[in-house]
Design a binder for this molecule. Structure first.
Ligand code: PGA
Ligand code: ZN
Length: 425
């Protein structure tokens, strides 16, 4: 039985939060329509799916007209008449049509847009909210948010080497409580940052976190966050975490990391993390070492009793995740659909993670629109964790959608990852 035969697939060039072009794909079926906007990272892993850009005079080469044409001229004719609820088969067609491991032919951005719009069309045709369409009748777990209150690295202009210094409301019982507490800590942190580093430090980075001018020590960022948490009376209710994105301060020539004015070896850096975890309530570190260093990450995962998340390390790619699992590198997968391309591949990576005892943290990109498929997919996947920035509309809309889902589920909703994880401290 064909539930939702596809009538048409449209694509257009739209703008993301950075005023850069991206794709909006629409899939029309006889029984429903699906639309999805494509995100794009700035701090991209080397093994991500290819982000196809025009490279001509428009938008400094960042136009996506070629990717749009690939959707309308090459992909659409293959999908018309197919069933939008046949997600795996459609994604397989996309992979066949492209025929390259990193989607250089059609463009990872074109493929992600179509795959997500097909998912949405299937949900619409079946009359189900997206989270339930993906997660089934049992979908009920709202994710614990990681709030990137202080930014550095590639996402902000300051001197902080770590990309994200997150606060994690581990003591909260719901998204509503987590968001409220974290917002209060954000306001308080704003007062502290303004007083100590001046008004300009309130200018936010790519994901809406502060950017305190003059700080270059991640420990100082954590101190500020702890001070704000304490001032709000939430001591013990929050843990800390970071996306280190260590590849960005790694020098492959000398095999050292440029941190705090030193050239640290891998061993030095692991020692630095061990002290950090001893001194602060840090429960999770993302990409703590270079994205090629599976052996180093395995060693660190073994030595620190916390969550170690692979973002650039795995790029949501089942093959790379398999390598990590075989070597016991990291214990959590950062999950970004457009890093790999299709919904099917990304879901496969998430399942592989869970089956092997790895946690899954669903993630935004620094470039995106207010489209909220991310929030739905986090619930549908049963991920239990999400990072989706702090302020700016394309971030806050994700929280608004999570609040909406939580309210819709009512008493059926549960919050956060299952107990007995490294996040319980
Ligand atoms: P990106 O950064 O979206 O620019 O890749 C976020 C991250 O590294 O997690
Ligand atoms: Zn990252």
């Amino acid at each position: 039985m064909t539930v939702a035969p596809i009538d048409a697939v449209h694509a257009r060039e739209i703008l993301d939060n950075r005023l850069e072009p991206t794709l909006r794909v629409t899939v029309e079926t006889e029984t429903g329509t699906g639309r999805a906007d494509v995100p794009c990272g700035r701090s991209r892993g080397e093994h991500e799916a290819h982000d196809l850009r025009d490279g001509d005079d428009r938008y400094r080469g960042r136009g996506v007209r070629q990717a749009v044409a690939n959707v309308t001229e090459r992909i659409a004719p293959e999908l018309v008449g197919r069933d939008a609820t046949d997600q795996r088969a459609i994604d397989a067609t996309l992979l066949d049509l492209d025929g390259t491991p990193t989607k250089t032919n059609l463009g990872g951005n074109a493929i992600t847009g179509v795959s997500l719009a097909v998912l949405r069309a299937g949900a619409d045709a079946t009359g189900l909210p997206l989270y339930r369409y993906l997660g089934g009748a049992d979908a009920h777990v709202l994710p614990l948010p990681f709030f990137d209150l202080i930014e550095g690295g590639e996402l902000a202009g300051g001197d902080l080497p770590f990309q994200e210094h997150q606060v994690v409301p581990v003591g909260a019982d719901s998204v509503a409580e987590a968001v409220q507490w974290s917002a209060e800590v954000y306001y308080e942190l704003g007062d502290i940052v303004r007083a100590e580093y001046g008004e300009a430090s309130l200018n936010v980075g790519a994901e809406g976190g502060y950017n305190p001018i003059g700080i270059d020590d991640p420990r100082e960022a954590f101190e500020l966050e702890l001070a704000a948490i304490e001032e709000c009376g939430y001591e013990g209710e929050f843990a800390l975490a970071a996306d280190v994105a260590a590849s960005h301060f790694y020098d492959p020539e000398t095999e050292t990391y440029a941190l705090l004015g030193e050239a640290m070896t891998r061993e030095d850096l692991i020692g630095f993390y061990a002290d950090l975890v001893d001194t602060y309530p840090v429960v999770s570190l993302e990409d703590p070492l270079d994205q090629h260093d599976f052996a180093g990450v395995a060693d660190l995962t073994d030595r620190l009793d916390i969550q170690i998340v692979g973002d650039d390390l795995f790029t949501t790619n089942p093959d790379r995740l398999r390598t990590g699992i075989d070597r016991d590198a990291a214990n959590a997968l950062l999950w970004k659909v457009n890093q790999v391309g299709t919904v099917t591949e990304a879901v496969e990576a998430a399942r592989m993670a869970t089956r092997n005892g790895y946690a899954v943290q669903v993630s935004e990109r620094s470039g995106q629109t207010p489209d909220t498929w991310l929030a739905d997919l986090a619930v549908g996947l049963d991920a239990g964790q999400i990072k989706t920035g702090v302020t700016r509309g394309e971030r806050t809309e994700q929280y608004n959608r999570l609040l909406e889902i939580e309210a819709a589920l009512g008493d059926a909703a549960t919050f956060g990852p299952p107990g007995d994880t490294p996040l319980d401290r």
